[in-house]
Write a protein that binds this ligand. Structure first.
Ligand SMILES: [Zn+2]
Length: 640
């Protein structure tokens, strides 16, 4: 690949991408300081106050809690879990730019997510055409009609059908997609006798499953009711793949997003057919989990666009268990989580058909929030007849508080505790004392288990990347005197890249001791060798590791906080009279001094370890040693 044109293309993609718009596509950003900064909930850690900042001027982002930061490329890499080439391809496509042939990746390069998306989109169309316009699709069309799906839903969601033929898709894919790729997309599976592949979905209606950007990543398949093989599972989903992660995916989010943004309420069902039915009935702010309980990644995803999450679960016991498992995890989240359990063992689809949309809406509006739901469940289970029962209920409710990290001492906790004395006929001081005891026990257990975890982590070997990541985190938390000096030099370079020439006259990359800072300095020098100044954008373009990009953004912010630009400008105006006192000069002198004293120390150590026979040294060598010794003594006493 031609280095220059690839760098130019990266720059072109960057210049056509507005980072505020890009990030705004997946999370809600609020302008601050008249639009100089945008703030939102960080997508990379469990964020309760908006600590994620986007800087439109620098086209960078930064989280002040978890230290993630970087540019448009690193955002896409981190957020969508992509490699650099794929992120470039994604952003180029988004900016309607054609990838130049030199930039296009060869087959040797590992990334094949875009290929998977291509195969899945193709299969979706094949299945859809088969459903809509073949004789074989007739039974499937009838089934969908009986289930109550309208033509509009079928077309909009591109339902499909895979005929009763184990090689239908395989044949159609011939000369188009190879078997490795189809298998990676989970469209075909290996035959159990090891003789090649067969279609994964046979005689099934197919419901495409899309990610939050609307790309098809998997299928849910419902066997047709009159299928002859009675043991076939009723529902069959694609297995997880490079592009399909069940526990992170909210089915239907891509269609529901606008309605959720408008109402700030999201309804969550446990399966995709319920979700599709609710959406079809006009409850367009509905999404579904795919056969898993609500996970923290789901909630993190949803609370960026909604204030209220209503879990809609079947009336049967399995549904109730699932909702109770989910509760405690979300109590401390700054989202209003409500639980709706449907009456009479009905699932949402059945309830809608029997009672209609307005009855459903009424249930949604009156759904109890998590703690109230739990309290009602405990009251039903134990009653309040005996003191023992009331204490059991108290412990159950307090347990909920204790496992919710981050709720201790909050208004929310006060509200939750406040209702207990009256409902349980206990005094408030008893309730608080019990909470304190239980919390103490819980903390002891947590500390013991944390100790075990730390020991386990320390015993595993770290990869080079882990080491680098840890180095960057440590550096951002606290800096040694050496680190500060090296950071200062990089701050100067980021603020005033043209100073690189002055820097290189005095300093080499070996003068840096911190490994990650050395990587950045090396990158600055490399750019300089190619005829560039190490400007912020250029540096971000060049670095492909998103952790290092985050570090660049961090150093750049530090430079602004320390007013490096103003200090350099001041030095500039005084250059004639006293340049030697300038910021850059100070930093360079500091680094040079450090190098010299290290050399000196090494010589000293060597002399101590292996004292030379002084009588054999030449007078010249003795003289050099003597003068070096004097010089360093002087510098040391001056420093003190
Ligand atoms: Zn964060």
């Amino acid at each position: 690949m031609n280095g220059n044109s690839s760098a130019e293309f990266k720059e072109l993609v960057r210049s056509r991408t507005d980072i505020v718009q890009l990030i705004g596509e997946t999370l809600t950003l609020q302008p601050q300081q008249g639009g100089k900064i945008y703030k939102g909930l960080c997508p990379f850690h469990e964020d309760h106050n908006p600590s994620f900042q986007v800087n439109p001027e620098r086209q960078s982002y930064k989280c002040w809690v978890c230290s993630e930061g970087g540019d448009c490329f690193s955002f896409v890499m981190k957020h969508d879990n992509l490699g650099f080439p794929e992120a470039l391809e994604f952003l180029a496509h988004r900016a309607h730019l054609e990838l130049p042939t030199q930039v296009r990746r060869g087959p040797a390069e590992s990334s094949h997510k875009p290929k998977l998306f291509e195969a899945l989109a193709w299969a979706e169309q094949e299945f859809h055409d088969c459903l809509m316009s073949t004789a074989a699709g007739e039974r499937a069309r009838r089934y969908l009609q009986e289930r109550g799906f309208t033509q509009a839903t079928i077309s909009r969601c591109k339902f499909g059908y895979s005929p009763d033929d184990r090689e239908w898709l395989l044949r159609r894919a011939r000369n188009r997609f190879d078997e490795q790729l189809l298998s990676g997309a989970r469209l075909i599976t290996e035959r159990s006798d090891g003789n090649g592949y067969k279609d994964r979905f046979v005689d099934r209606v197919l419901f495409p499953i899309q990610d939050e950007r609307g790309r098809t990543v998997a299928f849910g398949g419902r066997i047709l009711p009159d299928h002859p093989w009675k043991e076939a599972p009723k529902y069959l989903n694609s297995d997880e793949s490079l592009v399909f992660h069940k526990s992170e995916l909210c089915f239907g989010l891509h269609w529901a997003r606008e309605a959720i943004k408008k109402t700030r309420i999201v309804l969550v069902t446990e399966g995709y057919t319920d979700c599709l039915m609710l959406q079809q009935a006009g409850l367009t702010n509905t999404v579904a989990t795919l056969g898993t309980a609500l996970t923290e990644s789901h909630v993190t995803l949803l609370k960026r666009i909604a204030n209220t999450v209503v879990l809609i679960y079947d009336g049967d016991q399995a549904g109730k268990d699932a909702s109770e498992r989910a509760l405690s995890k979300f109590l401390a989240q700054d989202v209003d989580l409500r639980i709706l359990t449907l009456p009479g063992d009905l699932d949402p689809d059945e309830f809608l058909q029997q009672h209609g949309r307005s009855a459903m809406q009424h249930l949604i509006d009156s759904a109890p929030e998590v703690a109230e739901y739990e309290l009602r469940a405990l009251l039903t289970r134990y009653g309040t007849g005996t003191l023992d029962a009331r204490l059991r209920i108290l412990d159950g409710m307090l347990q909920l508080l204790i496992v919710s990290s981050g709720i201790a001492g909050t208004v929310k906790e006060d509200l939750l505790i406040g209702r207990l004395p009256q409902r349980l006929g206990l005094s408030e001081s008893d309730v608080r004392k019990r909470l304190k005891d239980l919390r103490g026990q819980h903390r002891d257990r947590a500390i013991r288990s944390l100790g075990r975890k730390v020991a386990a982590i320390e015993s595993t070997r770290e990869t080079a990347q882990d080491l680098r990541k840890r180095g960057i985190l440590l550096l951002q938390q606290s800096q040694s005197k050496d680190d500060l000096l090296e950071c200062e030099l990089l701050q100067v370079l980021l603020t005033s890249p043209c100073m690189i020439d002055v820097v290189r006259r005095d300093i080499g990359t070996d003068d840096f001791r911190n490994e990650v800072l050395k990587e950045l300095l090396t990158c600055c020098f490399d750019l300089n060798d190619e005829g560039w100044h190490p400007e912020f954008d250029k540096l971000l373009s060049r670095l492909e590791c998103s952790d290092l990009k985050g570090l660049v953004v961090w150093i750049d912010e530090q430079a602004r906080n320390k007013r490096v630009a103003e200090r350099l400008a001041m030095d500039d105006s005084e250059q004639d009279s006293n340049f030697s006192g300038g910021l850059l000069r100070q930093v360079l002198d500091g680094l040079k001094w450090r190098r010299k004293s290290e050399t000196h120390r090494k010589i000293q150590d060597r002399l101590i370890a292996r004292p030379p026979d002084v009588s054999k040294l030449t007078p010249e060598t003795l003289d050099v040693l003597h003068r070096a010794h004097q010089y360093h003594q002087q510098r040391s006493s001056k420093k003190k």
